[in-house]
Design a protein around this ligand. Structure first.
Ligand SMILES: Nc1ncnc2c1ncn2[C@@H]1O[C@H](COP(=O)(O)OP(=O)(O)OP(=O)(O)O)[C@@H](O)[C@H]1O
Ligand SMILES: [Mg+2]
Length: 506
């Protein structure tokens, strides 16, 4: 279906694609694997007409094509699910799907039919997407499914899936894989991108490995296991699970008592939740997304009001405080939606690194920004966190997804937090960088930080946490010490099937 030949793409200071050959056959899932910044999204943005290659050619169904825009790509049957969602939050699902359709002159005049088709697609693929809901009300996982519907609606024969599973829960991943396999069986060609090797091995027919913009390997799940893939990607051996060394926990630094928080749809998203995290301890919060984790995190960070209950951070009542005041009391926050809540895309890297401290010593003195200090600090962090970028003056939105996450992580951890709240800290991050971020979070124990890690990745929660709290329907179903936790015991609590014997501490 597709042949990309000798594709080269340069950005200022970066060779993002270096003479890449890549092809997709009808009926297969072809995976692109590679570290953050390896050039996966770039190659796919070229195929989707978002970028134009400097050299090389693209053949679709044997014909050379010039793809100057996504509209060109769509008309050739290429669809793309982006790493960062492209939906308009203030429009409904149906309006978003209708946007940019061929009958572009009056895209909303035919909404009834669009809605009908969405409902059909949603039903036949089990996507649970409802045409009349507003996108701003939807969780990240739901938005993802809207993106998928949007591509299916346009009847894409080549479907580019740029980290579609990064935002899905394990059970949602299972469901979506059924859909992907069905789409492939239907004769479509799928390009799949993921940093989760388990998924890559489960779904792929073929795997192409990229490193620094170049193809460094071609393989299949039959030929390579997780360790082989990790080595091909990173070029060295990678520890696949971090060693944790526990520290004797100290005083409670975050205490939440009987907290109620409303969600976007009005109803209580957090319902009478209580928990406590101590200095030197990591509390993992497991659970299927949409069970109040996001609202809980936003309430702690002061981004969403609490209806009742109390949050005490490092001895201060912060329940009604502004985000800025809460930070000053010692909270670092790594939000789930990094481009919306975590960084300013238009700012360059150093500006994002000092984002919340630009008016403080040593970055600011007597009202003047200290450019030398800022640059030195930024360079140090970029190096320590292995952020792949030509310079600290690069516009942040031009970084690859995983590298943006590293910038946010670097800023938050270097603030010396008393309490660290990290949502999905390694989502979209390659295994080498995930290893590093895990190590950094684990090391916060020794600095006496109380950490909360919210993650849908059970492996991550189990590897990092001293205790694991499971959230379901806005409540804590149970808190299990890591040593006693098994995937099964957590899984049961996650579905709300069972409440943990020992009642959680109030
Ligand atoms: N519009 C742009 N302007 C400048 N540089 C860019 C632009 N888009 C991508 N790059 C650079 O090209 C390189 C490849 O980025 P790309 O987004 O393709 O990586 P990736 O493999 O998708 O990584 P990730 O796994 O983190 O998503 C990176 O160094 C990135 O900073
Ligand atoms: Mg990418």
């Amino acid at each position: 279906m597709l042949q990309m030949r000798g594709i080269t793409k340069r950005f200022p200071g970066v060779l993002a694609s270096d003479n890449v050959n890549f092809d997709v056959r009808a009926g297969e899932v072809h995976t692109l694997l590679g570290e953050n910044g390896a050039g996966k999204s770039t190659l796919m943005k070229i195929l989707y007409g978002l970028y134009q290659q400097d050299e090389g050619e693209i053949l679709l169904h044997g014909e050379p094509v010039r793809l100057n825009s996504p509209a060109d790509a769509i008309s050739h049957g290429v669809g793309m699910i982006h790493q960062h969602f492209m939906l308009v939050p203030t429009l409904t699902v149906a309006e978003n799907v209708a946007l940019g359709l061929q009958s572009g002159r009056a895209p909303f005049s035919d909404l009834k039919n669009v809605s009908k088709r969405i409902t059909e697609l949603s039903r036949s693929f089990g996507l649970h997407v409802f045409p009349d809901e507003y996108v701003w009300q939807l969780s990240v996982g739901e938005r993802q499914r809207v993106e998928i519907i949007k591509a299916l609606y346009r009847d894409a024969s080549i479907l580019i899936l740029d980290e579609p599973t990064a935002v899905l829960t394990p059970s949602e991943v299972d469901d979506i894989f059924v859909i992907f396999k069905r789409l492939a069986a239907d004769g479509r060609g799928l390009v799949f991108i993921s940093h989760k090797l388990k998924e890559v091995l489960e779904l792929s027919d073929r795997i192409t490995v990229l490193r620094h913009g170049r193809v460094t390997g071609d393989t299949t799940p039959a030929q390579s296991d997780r360790h082989d893939l990790a080595r091909l990607m990173v070029g060295r051996e990678v520890k696949l699970a971090p060693d944790a060394h526990a520290v004797q926990p100290g005083e409670p630094l975050l205490v939440i008592e009987n907290l109620f928080v409303d969600g976007d749809r009005g109803k209580h998203a957090v319902q009478g939740l209580s928990l406590e995290v101590r200095s030197g301890e990591i509390l993992g919060i497991a659970g299927i997304s949409g069970n109040g984790q996001r609202e809980l995190a936003e309430a702690i960070a002061g981004l969403r009001p609490s209806q009742s209950g109390k949050i005490t951070l490092a001895g201060h009542d912060t329940t009604r405080c502004k985000p800025r005041q809460i930070r000053e009391k010692g909270l670092s926050y790594v939000p789930e939606e990094r481009m919306k809540d975590g960084a300013v895309g238009e700012f360059d890297i150093k500006e994002n690194i000092i984002l919340l401290n630009h008016d403080k010593e040593p970055f600011c003195s007597k009202g003047f920004l200290q450019f030398g200090t800022i640059a030195e600090h930024s360079r140090k962090l970029v190096k320590a966190y292995a952020v792949k970028t030509p310079s600290i003056d690069t516009t942040t939105k031009n970084l690859s997804g995983g590298n943006i996450q590293k910038v946010i992580m670097a800023r938050e951890l270097s603030a010396g937090p008393k309490v660290l709240l990290a949502s999905q800290p390694t989502r979209g991050v390659d295994i080498g960088a995930a290893e590093y971020i895990h190590e950094r979070i684990a090391r916060q124990r020794e600095k006496g930080t109380a950490s909360i890690v919210i993650s849908e990745d059970l492996d991550e929660v189990m590897a990092l946490s001293d205790r694991i709290a499971v959230m379901f329907d806005g409540r804590i179903m149970g808190i299990i010490p890591r040593k006693e936790a098994t995937r099964e015991s957590i899984g049961l609590l996650m579905t709300g099937e069972q409440q943990h014997g020992a009642k959680q501490r109030a």
